[in-house]
Every structure is written in C-alpha cells, then in structure tokens.
Design a protein around this ligand. Structure first.
Ligand code: NDP
Length: 482
C-alpha cells in the first residue's frame, strides 16, 4: 500500500479532483472507475500525477495505507449507493469513505447511519466550483464525524481554494451537514443568478442598451460592492457574439433555463423547516416558468400594459442604471439572508453545530457564489452569532437603507412596464413583511377559526380562543390541545 488517498469515479469532477490531490506535496493517489477506460485514459494523459491505477475494488483497497481514505465522485443517487456497498466490502473499521457528489442531505444522513454501524466513517462532502474548481481549488463542505476530520482535514486544506490566505474548507458539522450547506449554497446561487438576469432584462427593456453596452455596465459593477464571480462572468456572456449570425449570443440562446434540482431541494427544505426563503423559491420558479414552452405559447393571450411609447424612464439612463444596481444589491442581500436563515434553522432541526460565519468565509473562494460581500456576513455573525435574520445586522441595515428607495422605484417601474422581476419584487415584499408592525395574519387566523375552529391567540391576554361563528358569535376560551 502506497497511496494515502483514493478517488472512485473518474468523470469530469473525479479526474480533476484526483489531479488536484496528486499535485499536492505528500499525496499519492489511488484511482478507480467502474469502466476501466476512464482510469487508463487518465493515467495516460497525466503521467506527472503518479497515480496508482487500480482495476478492482480489492486492488483499490489494497493500494491504500490505513486508515484508508477514499473520495467518491460518481453520479449522485444509485451510483453512490452502489459504490458505497463495494467499498464496505473491502474497507475496514476506522477507514473513511467520503461522498463528494451532489447528494441530497437526507440521503447522506441515511448513509452515514448505515455505514457508521460497520465502524467505517462516512463523510458527505459538498464540493463547489465545477470542473475548474475541482482541479485548481474548490470550496469544500465536509460533514461527518470529528474523528474523520482529523485525517481528512489536512488533505482537504491542501486542495481547497485559498481566499485571503485561508483554505476554503471547514468541518461543517456531523452527518448530512456538509451536503445541507452545499444545497443551500446552490439555492443562493439560483437567486443570485436570477437577480442578475432581472437587472439585465430591466436595463435592456427600459434603456434599449445593447448586450455589449450592458456588459460594460456589469464590468463596472464588478469594481464595486457587487464584485463577484457571477457578475464578472455575466459581463463575459453578454459580450459574446455568435460567430454564425453575428448577433449577441444572449439573443440566440434558447431562453429556457435548465436545473439539476439543488435549487428545488433548497426551496423544499425551506418549506419543510418553515423558513420564508421566497427569493430562492422564486428563482427556482422563474427557471421552471421559462422551461415550459407549451405554457409560454399562450404569451399573446394575456394582455400587458400599453408600452407603445416605450417604458417611461424617470431618469437619465446612468441614474436609472444606478437604481437597478441598488435594487440588485438589496435583492441579493435578501437572498443570502434567507439562505443563511435556512442553514440556521437546519442546524437547529438536525442538531448540527454550524459556524455560520465560517460558512460565509469558505465561500469566498473556489465556489460559484464567491464574492467580496461574504466577508460582511462573517463579520455580522462574529458580532452576533445567533442573529435571527442575517440582514438585520448593522452593515446590511445600512446597505438596505441606502438601496431601498431605488429598489422600490425599480420594482414599481417593472410592474408598470410589465417586465417580470419575480425576485426583485418578492424580496421587497419579504423586506416589507419583516418590517411590518402588524401583519394581516390576524385576519387569516380569523378565517381559520371561522371555517375550521382552528382557534387564535389574543394580543391582550394569555390563552387560546374560539369565536362561536355559527352561534351567537361570542368568544369562548378553547382548550389548548397542544
Ligand atoms: P457524473 O455525474 O456524470 O457521473 C459519472 C461517473 O459516475 C462515472 O465515473 C461513472 O462511471 C460513475 N458511475 C455512475 N453510476 C455508477 C455505478 N452504479 N457504479 C459505479 N460508478 C458509477 O460525473 P461528474 O464528474 O459530472 O460528477 C460527479 C459527482 O460530482 C456528481 O455527483 C455531481 O453531482 C457532483 N458534482 C458535480 C459538479 C459539476 O460541476 N459537474 C460540481 C460539484 C459536484 P462510468 O465511467 O463507469 O460510467
């Protein structure tokens, strides 16, 4: 046995992660893939990596020093279970199996429980950054036991992205915590991409700027508080010209957004936990709306506002664009705030001890939502670790105060002009909902009591009450069944 780490699954992610591992001092990497061609190909293409190629699970296990440590990078779902079964056959108590695929965290909780019974450690690990991240430095979100972290920590720190001198990896929490946090990362990513898309759409419709001009706007924004990977690549995409037609590529690409499911999982989980993550959910729904051609074929049926004279801009284009920037920034703050609220609620529900500030810190490099802004989140939780709503931290309150008039203007203008801005507008509604002293939830409680005798509480005294709606409408004290 010569290898200190192994990788199973050598498609795009696994082969790049294996190369990343091999490039770090002190690592010898054993590799295995179900179909042997991928293993042979990787070895032939990268002799410099010094891989220990194996062609059976027995060989793979024999090539690893103990405690054996293997990272699985296969198609999430049945593929993961199949590989775990094989590894359990050849591994021994104390060994470590890491699943780096995009597993649903509840699957990870289940797998961890089953594997733990054999004395083998199971670590579900979120990996972000795509192909390039896997090769050059991803953001890594491992869950699993403290014992596995002792062995894994140094290896993972050596391959992770580095942001401001710190490796973008931390032990998130036990069992499914790592995959949970990766899932929420992706949910935030959906919302971040959608608010950028809404900003582009509003600017384009309202000012008539070309995609190239809007690319310049995004490049400029990337020099300020919005600086992030997603803003940077948005400028690149908008600048791209299709070589066949000479038209902007963004006008040639079919406008139906794909999704692999992690955004939907985040929204579902938020609903299960009772966390209002409306911006993330709207971003998921915006993609689903885009990808139903049969529903969108009805476009001509539904009337819109009369915009025959164009969209009435109240400002010069530069001032208008600055307002859109502020609306984008505010909506983005809401999306991140909701995402962190989901993590906080998940940690409480599943009993994970998650350091929210550290989560923001390890997203500063390697991953898709990497941004300067994340430092502010780390600072907010450093000041108030149990902040109930992230955006109520002083920095974000100031930012939202500076943005809110512009935000309201842009949402109003979009509504008047008939430009869909689901995340801009739902985020603003969420903001106003949090601000409201009283909500019409009181009326909902009245309705619930009317049709279902669901009872209500009063603001002026303790107890649970019911009005005799179909009787004399007097109020009685109800027996609290909870
Ligand atoms: P794929 O998701 O396309 O999976 C292909 C790999 O899975 C191949 O190595 C394949 O082996 C193996 N595999 C599938 N089924 C089985 C099985 N039953 N038994 C053994 N091996 C099996 O590969 P990617 O590299 O794109 O992704 C790997 C994982 O990383 C996935 O879980 C993905 O969700 C996750 N991920 C992907 C990111 C990305 O940007 N692409 C980012 C972060 C995570 P074979 O060659 O024999 O078919």
């Amino acid at each position: 046995a010569t290898a200190n780490i192994g990788v199973v699954g050598l498609a795009v992610m696994g082969s790049n992660l294996a190369r990343n591992l091999a490039s770090r001092e002190g690592n010898t990497v054993a590799i295995f893939n179900r179909s042997a061609q991928k293993t042979e190909h990787l070895v032939a293409e990268h002799p410099e990596a010094g891989f220990v190629a194996t062609s059976s699970y027995e060989d793979f296990a024999a090539s690893l020093t103990t405690p054996r440590t293997a990272i699985i990078m296969v198609k999430a779902g049945a593929g993961t279970d199949a590989v775990i079964d094989e590894l359990l056959r050849v591994f021994e108590p104390g060994d470590i199996i890491v699943d780096g695929g995009n597993a649903l965290f509840t699957d990870t909780i289940r797998r961890e429980k089953t594997v733990r019974e054999t004395g083998i450690n199971f670590v579900g690990m979120g990996v972000s950054g795509g192909e390039e991240g896997a090769l050059l430095g991803p953001s890594l979100m491992p869950g699993g036991s403290d014992e596995s972290w002792v062995t894994l920590g140094p290896i993972l720190k050596s391959i992770a992205a580095v942001a401001e001198g710190e490796p973008c990896v931390t032990h998130i929490g036990h069992d499914g915590a790592g995959h949970f946090v990766k899932m929420v990362h992706n949910g935030i990513e959906y919302a971040d991409m959608q608010v950028i898309a809404e900003a582009y759409d509003i600017i384009r419709h309202a000012t008539g700027y070309s995609p190239t001009q809007i690319a310049d706007v995004f490049a400029e924004w990337n020099r300020g508080e919005l600086e992030s990977y997603l803003i940077e690549i948005t400028a690149e995409v908008l600048r791209q010209v299709d070589s066949d037609t000479n038209l902007p590529l963004v006008d040639i690409v079919l406008d139906q957004a794909g999704a692999k499911g992690t955004g939907g999982w985040t929204a579902q989980t938020a609903i299960d936990l009772g966390v209002p993550a409306s911006g993330i959910a709207e971003a998921v729904f915006a993609r689903s709306l885009s990808s139903h051609p049969e529903q969108r074929a009805t476009a001509g049926v539904l009337p819109g506002p009369d915009t025959s004279d164009g969209v009435a801009l109240m400002d010069e284009p530069e001032e208008f664009i600055e307002k859109v920037r502020r609306a984008l920034y505010a909506s983005k703050i809401v999306a991140y705030s909701q995402g962190f609220d989901i993590i906080r609620a998940g940690a409480a529900h599943y009993g994970w001890n998650i350091d929210l500030g550290r989560v923001a810190a390890i997203w500063r490099g390697g991953c898709i939502i990497r941004a300067r802004f994340l430092n502010r989140i780390t600072e907010a939780y450093a000041q108030t670790p149990d902040l109930p709503v992230l955006m109520t931290a002083p920095f974000f309150v100031d930012a939202l105060t500076g943005a809110q008039n512009a935000w309201r203007n842009i949402v109003a203008l979009s509504a008047a002009a008939g430009i869909p801005a689901p995340v801009f507008s739902s985020s603003l509604a969420y903001y106003d909902g949090l601000r409201a002293g009283r909500l019409p939830a009181a009326l909902i409680q009245g309705q619930r009591d009317f049709f279902g005798a669901h009872t209500y509480k009063r603001i002026d005294r303790e107890g649970t009450f019911h009005t005799l709606w179909s009787g004399d409408r007097s109020e009685i004290e109800a027996v609290d069944t909870h």
